[in-house]
Write a protein that binds this ligand. Structure first.
Ligand SMILES: Cc1ncc(COP(=O)(O)O)c(C=O)c1O
Length: 301
């Protein structure tokens, strides 16, 4: 964790620090390791030959799953949204030995139904299914450890406490994990990288209920801008300015949208001078490696 120096935070008297989870590992970085470790443990304990999961053609989650499979000796299967696409992420998935199946959009939309998995688990018998984004209770429980990781580094910053923990939200898995471990008196602020109509709020509540968590210390902010995976030049300019000022690399799908939401809250006067906030860097730098000018102009969620 390190101080995050940005002029608009400093002008408002807001102190910020960033947990650099993107530096954890070259391949299993960000929140991915925390979300996957429980799934990997269960797969190992049950003698599964492999793990199977779903995602898009730029998916950070599938990328981390493929890397984990390769590293720990599991086969991996990726069920991909849409029609065959040739992205750098897809090339990596193949290079890491992941077996890919393109589902189109119709079948992919069924991914939250229990019946979705049946034919795939018949075909890949004994494989451990990992919900989208590394979710489910196993994924959330792994993320609870992030709270302790932050607490153990506060003294290095000379902080005894902080008021808000900011993160970008996709499936909501990480946020739920943080809520499991969050002590009272702190607020979790989730910047939604996906449109609210995707039902992430409901998914978060369902997970919290399954985990029997009574407390609610979180707030979700609309932050997806042009849509999930979509961004404009203004966001890229803002991201670049934050990168130059802070010497931290961001990407436009999650972390930049979180930063923009924070800037808007600060500009709106919603954070008092003297507030201390911690931001999670969720990794995901692999997902933004544009190879041509148009590759990211119409990324679909
Ligand atoms: C880089 C990055 N940040 C944040 C998130 C959001 O995490 P979650 O799906 O747990 O809400 C993701 C999704 O996995 C991600 O890839």
């Amino acid at each position: 964790m390190q101080p995050l120096h940005l002029s608009w935070l400093e002008a408002a008297g807001v102190e910020a620090a960033i947990l650099r989870l993107e530096l954890l590992d070259p391949l299993l970085s960000g929140n991915k390791w925390f979300k996957l470790k429980g799934h990997l443990r269960v797969a190992e304990a049950s003698g599964s030959p492999g793990l199977i999961s779903v995602g898009g053609a730029h998916s950070n989650h599938l990328h981390a799953l493929a890397a984990a499979g390769q590293r720990f000796g599991f086969a991996t299967v990726g069920l991909l949204r849409g029609e065959l696409q040739d992205t750098v992420t897809v090339a990596d998935l193949q290079a890491m030995g992941m077996q890919l199946h393109w589902l189109g959009y119709g079948e992919y939309r069924q991914r939250h139904q229990a019946s979705f998995w049946l034919p795939w688990l018949q075909r890949y018998s004994g494989y451990h299914p990992v919900p989208e984004g590394g979710g489910g209770l196993l994924g959330t429980e792994g993320c609870a450890a992030i709270v302790d990781m932050i607490d153990s580094q506060l003294a290095d910053l000379g902080w005894s406490d902080y008021q808000q923990l900011w993160l970008a939200v996709g499936s909501g898995t990480t946020l739920v994990g943080l809520q499991l471990a969050m002590p009272a008196g702190r607020e979790l602020v989730g910047a939604l990288a996906v449109p609210a109509r995707y039902g992430v709020g409901e998914q978060i509540e369902a997970l919290l209920q399954t985990a029997r968590v009574e407390r609610r210390q979180y707030r979700l902010l609309e932050a997806c801008g042009a849509g999930f995976g979509r961004f404009d030049q203004a966001l890229l300019d803002f991201m670049q300015d934050c990168e130059v000022q802070s010497c931290v690399q961001f990407e436009p799908i999650y972390s930049s949208k979180m930063l923009l939401a924070l800037q808007q809250q600060v500009a709106g006067g919603y954070l008092a001078a003297g507030s201390r906030v911690v931001l999670l860097h969720g990794g995901g730098l692999q997902g933004y490696r544009p190879v041509g000018p148009d590759e990211f102009s119409s990324v679909r969620s």
